[in-house]
Ligand binder design. Structure first.
Ligand SMILES: Cc1cc2nc3c(=O)[nH]c(=O)nc-3n(C[C@H](O)[C@H](O)[C@H](O)COP(=O)(O)OP(=O)(O)OC[C@H]3O[C@@H](n4cnc5c(N)ncnc54)[C@H](O)[C@@H]3O)c2cc1C
Length: 570
């Protein structure tokens, strides 16, 4: 058994930022299934939001309001106010740590336009902002080599919860298959999002909601899981992201008739309306036969920006479209479609990232969560672009601070190692020992197809009901899944099976929440209930796991401090 003061699971922006906050004061372990610099944060492209002083018209207040409105009034306003206030200092701090941001003519951190923001406030490093930020934090964490122990390529199996408090985790060493326990005073999850359950997604292979489902299985409810963001510009057929920065820099969208159709849907903001609105507009054009050549895609037009600007501001975008579709955006429009991109739901936490379980904010002692796996909720029903790197940085730091305070006063509570090992090994044995006949690949393909077709940009009662039945059947088939590689060394087949079990389970939670939410709000659009219904649904969903994995829904109120809900128009 290994012992640390704190165990952080996840080495993306949120996990690393928290680790740096605590390093030197307590002994920190960082567990990650991929090498730290391969965390999905590194794929972020367009920018990170903050009302810096560049524009005299911009203000923290305006960022605060834009985020509330963007969230379709489901975001918790106390948390949003805190995040937007903390944003400028967070950027300056990251810059001082060594992040190389792009510059404007006056030498200040450059800022570009982004969807749903009233002013240019996306700070960026070309179109590789996440890469620049992640490497800065990883570099900084190296300074604390003596205080931070990295467990790279270790897979989280279970959260150790005894007497209602978090006391550590179990994990599998991917390199040799060994199962180990980390006994800790404090556990912090920063395990990222859950976009991989969809066929078309911008998310990395690792975004399979592992931390969220591990907490859920340990008895913690999960919040607002039905809210999944579809980004309007995924590379056609692939889902790979063509950053919103393309539109921030002046790119626009055309349908099969050559029309800039956004005029019909968001006259003032056009292509820079929030993502839920642009994705629905695209899907409507496609559904009504106005895709390019009558097919299921739209064109992203960048040619008018010119070669020089594309090479300076959007070099990665250009290369991705060349590599995956053979399209050079200097000479041709890029075929795109909506792609599952961001997880608004997650583990419920308070503004200090302490995990809470109900409307009364009852805390789980010793358990914290930050970044995309957490639901603070600063994004409500729809996240604005560039607010997520901000969320991960701001709340990564806040989580670090709060968890440090807790840890300094805490001690290692007793755990029964043998029981915990047994539970963890059972998860593996269920897969390794059972002589199954079902193919994991088939189950995964059917899952993704089902989620994209029936739980995508538009949802209906009928589609959701179908998905519910299908998912139940898939989960049943998964019990009989065949893992052919019985070896211990780098057994990626078993990791993929564990990830699939998480995807199956959270997909059922998404569907349960979506069926019960008989309204349209942000990323959740019901064709049969096209209006937002504040009387019945201005509330967060809390899904509890009962019995053999059935979902029971409860709700909790939204924190509204300043801005009363009004109709959302752009
Ligand atoms: C293509 C793309 C572009 C984006 N662009 C932007 C942008 O421009 N601006 C913006 O604000 N946001 C953007 N986002 C969103 C943003 O990047 C993410 O929300 C944010 O980086 C999440 O950070 P995180 O630290 O919470 O998680 P991640 O960076 O996803 O890290 C998760 C960590 O958890 C670990 N982990 C997960 N499961 C396990 C397990 N079972 N065992 C052990 N470790 C585990 C992983 O190894 C990883 O280290 C983008 C997202 C994508 C997909």
């Amino acid at each position: 058994m290994r012992k640390h003061d704190v165990v952080i699971v996840g080495s993306g922006l949120a996990g690393l930022r928290a680790a740096i906050e605590m390093a030197g004061r307590v002994d920190v372990a960082v567990v990650t299934k991929v090498y730290p610099s391969r965390s999905h944060s590194g794929a972020a492209q367009g920018g990170v939001a903050a009302a810096m002083a560049n524009s005299s018209e911009d203000s923290v207040e305006s960022h605060f309001f834009d985020t509330v409105k963007g969230s379709d009034y489901l975001g918790d306003q106390d948390a949003i106010e805190m995040m937007t206030k903390d944003a400028p200092v967070t950027i300056t701090e990251l810059e001082k740590m060594g992040c190389v941001f792009s510059r404007d003519e006056q030498g200040r951190i450059a800022q570009r336009e982004f969807g749903g923001h009233s002013h240019p406030r996306a700070c960026y490093a070309a179109d590789r902002t996440g890469h620049a930020l992640l490497h800065t934090l990883f570099e900084q964490s190296m300074k604390y080599k003596k205080n931070i122990t990295f467990y790279s390529e270790f897979y989280l199996l279970t959260l150790i919860m005894e007497e209602g408090t978090a006391r550590g985790i179990t994990m599998m060493n991917i390199k040799n298959g060994d199962v180990e326990v980390i006994h800790a005073k404090t556990v912090l999850f920063a395990t990222g999002g859950y976009g991989r359950a969809f066929k078309i997604t911008s998310n990395a292979f690792a975004c399979t909601g592992d931390g969220i489902m591990t907490a859920y299985r340990a008895g913690v409810p999960v919040e607002d899981m039905e809210f999944v963001q579809f980004h309007p510009t995924g590379l056609y057929g692939q889902g790979i992201l063509m950053s919103e920065a393309c539109r921030g820099e002046g790119g626009y969208l055309l349908n099969g008739k050559g029309e800039r159709f956004m005029e019909k849907y968001a006259k003032s903001k056009m292509e820079l309306a929030p993502r839920d609105i642009v994705s629905r507009a695209e899907q409507t054009e496609i559904n009504e036969g106005r895709g390019i050549d009558g097919k299921d895609f739209i064109n992203l037009e960048l040619r008018h920006l010119g070669r020089e600007k594309i090479l300076e501001r959007l070099p990665q975008i250009r290369q991705l479209a060349i590599d995956f579709l053979g399209v050079d955006c200097i000479d041709h429009p890029i075929p795109i479609q909506p792609t599952a991109h961001y997880s608004m739901g997650g583990i419920p936490v308070d503004v200090d990232c302490h995990v809470i379980t109900d409307a009364e904010k009852t805390k789980v002692p010793g358990f914290y969560a930050a970044g995309e796996c957490a639901c603070v909720s600063v994004h409500g029903a729809n996240r604005l672009g560039t607010n997520s790197l901000l969320d991960a940085s701001v709340f990564g730091r806040r989580a670090g601070k709060a968890a440090l305070e807790f840890t300094l006063k805490a001690k290692h509570e007793k755990i029964s190692e043998a029981d915990e090992m047994r539970k963890a090994k059972k998860r593996l044995d269920d897969l390794l020992v059972t002589p199954g006949t079902e193919s994991a690949n088939d189950i995964r393909t059917e899952l993704k197809e089902t989620m994209s077709t029936h739980v995508g940009v538009y949802r209906t009662e009928e589609g959701l009901r179908f998905a519910q039945g299908k998912l139940k059947a898939l989960r049943h088939r998964f019990k009989n899944v065949r893992v052919t590689d019985k070896g211990k060394l780098f057994n990626t087949e078993i990791i993929e099976a564990l990830e699939l079990s998480n995807m199956l389970e959270y997909s059922e939670v998404i569907v349960a929440g979506a069926m019960a939410r008989k309204e349209s709000r942000g990323g959740h659009a019901r064709v049969d209930y096209p209006k937002r219904d504040d009387v019945n649904f201005l509330r967060h969903t809390l899904a509890h796991r009962i019995g053999d994995g059935a979902v029971r829904l409860k709700y909790k109120p939204v924190s509204i401090t300043k801005y009363q809900p009004e109709e959302r128009k752009y």
